[in-house]
Design a protein around this ligand. Structure first.
Ligand code: NA7
Length: 552
């Protein structure tokens, strides 16, 4: 490994295959990791399958794609200059604006020259003798690095259900997560959207405005709240920016990594019904996901949750004019917030349009895709375009898509056959020097991803620095510490209603995926303290420089 005072980052070197660290993915995690490690003088390369930075915000270009964390908080805090010079224009940033921000970050910190675009990592194998990772790509690269850092994202392996006849369809097939770069014009077309998760709920109102007719194929109705998106006024932005030091510090220790969402201090049943309604009404009017965090027990207590769920069900009935359609759109199979809550701009209102038809797949399942459209158990619906908004193999999908092998050639897929096992969501035993950013067992998708990414990247950078300072070549999770963390992640989740929903948090959206609650629900502030303590206690629960046979 280059010493920290050693060779300048990315300096021309004879060997373009040997690195201190290879980072997989150039989304926000990979970009910040590159910036940090470069700043420490390490030789780093980032490998990115897409042709640009931005990760999920580069792929998910469907109309209506928008973040559900407010833009002024969904942004990097590591550079005061960056956060002062960038100006967000909307309360919730749209995909094009977030992608423009990612590109700005890449240019401002001169990151592009450290990234190999259009290149997909195929394998990463650990060489025990050398204490190095050997990494291959689909372009024939064979790289070696002391550290391999997976910044592969939690929602990056799209899922396309294999309906019979899919390849026969004569029209156009699109997936929200692999959207074309050029705009798609739906004017005059008959469109079908399959899926009513966040992506479906965002894209449906946009397509409905253009299409001749839109059929929405819904399997499970979802809770969705009005986003309350609006343009940001210049003075509002300036005032917020002036408070950044305080806001960011709060966010780092808040449960969701969002300063504007501190932990509530009372339970839903502590308030009389009338007061509770006022609280929910105010949250509904204010927009954002605040309604599900209005009380501290909404995700813990069935009766408390029912008060919020019923409030939203009433709203759906009040918005959708046809009572039969309203009933079909009303979620009843899960506690509100236990599947990712959606934020929308006029989703339920869309079903009042004459050119929109809701098809409930519970009543009339899809039997096949035909040359002309979709055949349900009732009829064949002719379509020009089918949009799959059918989600992702979340959290573990992109990691297991790479042939990762640790000590003694053990495949990660084999180790995780029963579900992911990690220590702190950062490392998995038997895979030395392999880190994952926002991996399973960390707060990740239950938080502001950028706050969580910064926490993970800073921790990994500090760890690599400390290893060099001690002269250690490797670090890996102690299997006993990993068992303890997995038990803790499960125990905390089991105190909540989360594991009971058939969500992608538990892998229930993928037939055959082991049912494990994957994110850490204990909150980012608590988690951050734990990670810091571990480092301060000399990497408690990790083994430094284990001999080849020492770790099972
Ligand atoms: P989601 O939230 O996983 O939603 C996928 C949707 O697709 C959901 O409504 C599914 O219904 C539906 N789906 C999946 N497979 C099928 C089949 N075979 N037939 C019919 N319908 C199906 O993915 P999104 O992309 O919307 O959002 C993912 C995250 O990205 C989101 O939570 C935000 O964090 C950003 P189901 O509910 O499984 O019955």
């Amino acid at each position: 490994m280059a010493t920290h005072a050693g060779q300048a980052a990315d300096a021309p070197a004879a060997d373009t295959t040997a690195f201190d660290a290879v980072v997989v993915g150039a989304g926000f995690g990979g970009m910040y990791m590159l910036h940090r490690l470069r700043g420490m003088g390490l030789r780093v390369t980032v490998i990115e399958a897409a042709d640009d930075v931005g990760g999920t915000w580069n792929w998910n270009r469907y109309p209506g794609a928008r973040c559900d964390v407010e833009s002024l908080e969904y942004s990097f805090s590591f550079s005061e200059e960056l956060q002062q010079e960038w100006t967000w224009t909307e309360r919730f940033a749209s995909q094009p604006e977030i992608l423009a921000y990612a590109r700005h970050v890449a240019d401002r910190f001169d990151l592009r020259r450290g990234i190999r675009f259009g290149t997909r990592v195929r394998s990463a194998h650990y060489d025990e003798a050398q204490a190095q990772w050997s990494i291959t790509t689909d372009r024939g690269d064979a790289l070696r690095a002391r550290f391999c850092i997976m910044a592969t994202g939690c929602l990056s392996l799209p899922r396309m259900p294999d309906f019979p006849g899919r390849d026969r369809f004569g029209g156009r097939l699109l997936h929200t997560a692999t959207w074309p770069h050029e705009p798609v014009d739906f004017t005059g077309l008959r469109v079908g959207v399959i899926g009513t998760g966040s992506s479906g709920i965002q894209v449906i109102p946009m397509i409905a405005r253009q299409a001749a007719h839109l059929h929405v194929f819904q399997r499970t109705p979802n809770f969705s709240l009005p986003s309350g998106n609006r343009p940001l006024a210049g003075d509002e932005v300036a005032q917020f920016k002036a408070r950044y030091p305080e806001v960011r510090e709060k966010a780092r220790h808040a449960p969701a990594g969002i300063a504007g969402m501190p932990a509530p201090d009372r339970g839903a049943l502590d308030d009389p019904e009338e007061r509770r309604r006022e609280v929910y009404e105010a949250a509904w009017r204010n927009g954002s996901t605040g309604l599900t965090r209005a009380y501290n027990n909404l995700l813990m207590d069935e009766a408390a949750n029912a008060t919020a769920a019923e409030f939203v069900r009433e709203k759906i009935r009040s918005i959708v004019t046809d009572p039969a359609v309203a009933e079909r759109l009303t979620p009843r199979d899960h506690f509100i917030g236990t599947k990712r809550i959606c934020l929308d701009s006029g989703y339920f209102q869309t079903f009042n349009r004459p050119n929109v038809t809701l098809v409930s797949l519970r009543e009339t399942p899809i039997e096949s895709i035909t040359e002309a459209g979709i055949r349900t158990s009732r009829e064949e619906i002719p379509l020009d375009v089918i949009v799959f908004a059918t989600g992702f193999d979340a959290i573990t999908g992109a990691l297991l898509d790479i042939d990762i092998r640790g000590r003694r050639g053990l495949p990660l897929a084999e180790k995780w056959r029963g579900g992911p096992r990690t220590y702190l969501g950062l490392m998995t035993a038997g895979f030395p020097n392999l880190f994952s950013i926002t991996g399973p067992g960390s707060p990740s998708v239950l938080t502001n991803m950028i706050t969580s990414i910064e926490q993970h990247v800073d921790w990994i950078a500090r760890c690599i620095h400390d290893l060099a300072a001690r002269g250690a070549r490797s670090i890996e999770a102690d299997p006993a510490a990993e068992d303890g963390w997995v038990a803790h992640v499960n125990a905390v989740a089991d105190q909540t209603l989360f594991p009971r929903a058939n969500s992608w948090y538990v892998g229930a959206n993928l037939p055959g995926k082991p049912r494990v609650f994957m994110p850490y629900v204990g909150g980012l502030g608590v988690y951050r303290r734990r990670c810091d303590e571990v480092a301060e206690r000399g990497y408690e629960g990790f083994i430094l420089d284990a001999p080849a046979a020492a770790v099972a």
